[in-house]
Design a protein around this ligand. Structure first.
Ligand SMILES: Cc1cc2nc3c(=O)[nH]c(=O)nc-3n(C[C@H](O)[C@H](O)[C@H](O)COP(=O)(O)OP(=O)(O)OC[C@H]3O[C@@H](n4cnc5c(N)ncnc54)[C@H](O)[C@@H]3O)c2cc1C
Length: 466
């Protein structure tokens, strides 16, 4: 039995490793267009910042580890076409020569590509001019070349989603003057603006200049004699023009699924043009599975959606690898659980925000709350800002958003909420959980239980007044 995984990142490698666990005699080949199999691209910002000193440290496993696990690696090799009927994959190798690989089962893990927004000049200017996109190790090396060889003093980051924020932190930590430009009214648009405003304040406190409600229109080389090598022109929501000078421009405005290989083989597409798969990660094409950022993801509260995350890519790859060898595992579903560090703070969310819950047919109520991460009499306590969303009719917990110090165990707390939502618990049920306590680390009622009780109090009062 021969499994071929296309893609050497989270999804492809997870599928390949699981296949070898399920069947030690399996022949497993990974075909990857680049030379960096199993690298943690989530760690790129920390290599750019200098906190991770060597790019090699970003490898989840080395090439030798992967080969020792029984994987055969075909690197710098691009999969061009799938002959579904004949179960053959046409590839182009590092020397430019075409080759055909026969397979019994195929897993497509081609991931995502960075979105190029409609900005004048983006097509003409590239890394040599100081204009960068960021998704792969290759992108990282070109960015690092610019940072190390041209010693830039300033950067404009287009986009203030979680990757844009991590890169603002990274470039400011390297000593660059950073301007962050976001088209939407607040940074980190995946949380409510009330929490986005707290992230915004942290950026400002760290001397990142933040322009929200501002759309970048053009990037061009700066005229001689001006500050910076590049000029970024933008327009505010009120129509006011804005011009910023910068030595580096980094465009990080999201990703789109890389589906060319699957589409040319006849695969169906789902939300946002991602490959449609069932919960066993089957594409509908015989013997062809798909996983990771290239597929439409099952969300436990929303059904099929597009939610590209490393956590999800690992799980889906594992499911695909197991099922390719006769397993019957289903991907349990995502809740979009996410956490991001911005300088000394962290923001997290899981489940649904109010507008998402409403659109999904719930009767949501969102309540804001605050609590200490541990007993305030013990030194070093921090306030945590919380937003709880629950369903008024059933009391079911639907979503939670948190913001606080990176030392306030924000990730642990969002994960407790994710576990509760995963198991369809009520807000009240969260308050009943037996969670740990000692004054330097917590409170008899954990912060999220205080948030849950605030939700119940407001929810009950709203009910009475109706
Ligand atoms: C800077 C950054 C930070 C991130 N931080 C986080 C985080 O903190 N938490 C989180 O959950 N997620 C994070 N993510 C997202 C996460 O990295 C992705 O969701 C995850 O890597 C997706 O894995 P994947 O295997 O589906 O695809 P990708 O990582 O996109 O990999 C696709 C693979 O397919 C290969 N490939 C593509 N086409 C072909 C072809 N035709 N032939 C052969 N090979 C091909 C590519 O070379 C690559 O090896 C971050 C992403 C970035 C860029």
């Amino acid at each position: 039995m021969h499994l071929v995984a296309v893609g050497g990142s989270d999804a492809g490698i997870s599928a390949a490793l699981r296949a070898r666990e399920v069947d030690l005699a399996a022949e497993v080949t990974v075909v990857a267009a680049d030379a960096y199999p199993n690298f943690s691209i989530c760690g790129i910002p920390y290599y750019v910042s200098g906190e991770v000193p060597r790019w090699q440290n970003l490898a989840h496993r080395t090439r030798a580890d992967l080969e020792a696990a029984g994987l055969s690696l075909r690197l710098d090799t691009t999969a061009r076409r799938i002959d579904v009927a004949a179960r053959k994959l046409l590839v182009t190798g590092p020397d430019g020569a075409d080759d055909v690989i026969s397979y019994d089962q195929l897993v497509i893990g081609t991931g995502a590509l960075p979105v190029r927004p409609p900005i004048d000049g983006l097509g003409e200017l590239g890394p040599r001019d100081g204009v960068h996109l960021l998704h792969s190790m290759g992108d990282t090396f070109t960015l690092m070349h610019t940072l190390e060889e041209t010693a830039p003093a300033s950067a404009v980051i287009v986009g203030a989603g979680y990757i844009g924020l991590e890169m603002a932190d990274a470039l400011a930590t390297r000593g660059l003057l950073v301007t962050q430009i976001e088209q939407l009214p607040e940074v980190l648009p995946t949380v409510d603006p009330e929490l986005g405003a707290l992230v915004h304040a942290e950026l400002t406190r760290r001397e990142v200049k933040v322009l929200t409600g501002t759309t970048v229109r053009a990037v061009s080389k700066a005229p001689a004699g001006r500050d910076g090598r590049l000029e970024v022109t933008a327009v505010t929501a009120a129509g006011e023009p804005v011009t910023c000078a910068a030595d580096v421009v980094l465009v990080v405005v999201g990703v789109r699924p890389d589906t060319e290989l699957a589409v040319s083989a006849g695969a169906d597409l789902g939300p946002r043009g991602a490959i449609a798969v069932d919960r066993m990660m089957r594409t509908g094409l015989p013997h062809v599975f798909a996983a990771g950022d290239c597929v439409a993801t099952y969300h436990r509260l929303l059904g099929d959606t597009y939610l590209p995350l490393g956590t999800t890519a690992h799980k889906q790859g594992r499911v695909a690898g197991e099922n390719a060898f006769g397993g019957h595992r289903e991907f349990a579903g995502s809740l979009g659980t996410q956490v991001v560090k911005i300088f000394g703070q962290a923001a997290a969310r899981t489940g649904l925000r109010e507008h998402e819950a409403k659109a999904a047919g719930f009767d949501p109520l969102t309540v804001a709350s605050e609590a200490d991460d541990h007993k305030a009499y013990y030194p070093g306590s921090h306030r945590i800002a919380m937003r709880f969303t629950g369903d008024r009719q059933t009391g079911r917990l639907l979503g939670i958003q948190l913001f606080g110090s990176k030392d306030a165990e924000i990730a642990k707390r969002v994960d407790i909420a994710a576990t509760a939502i995963f198991h369809s618990m009520t807000v009240d049920g969260l308050s009943d959980l037996d969670l740990s306590y000692t004054p330097p680390l917590g409170s008899p009622w954990d912060a999220i239980q205080i948030g849950a009780q605030d939700w119940i109090r407001v929810g009950t009062a709203t009910e009475r007044s109706c």
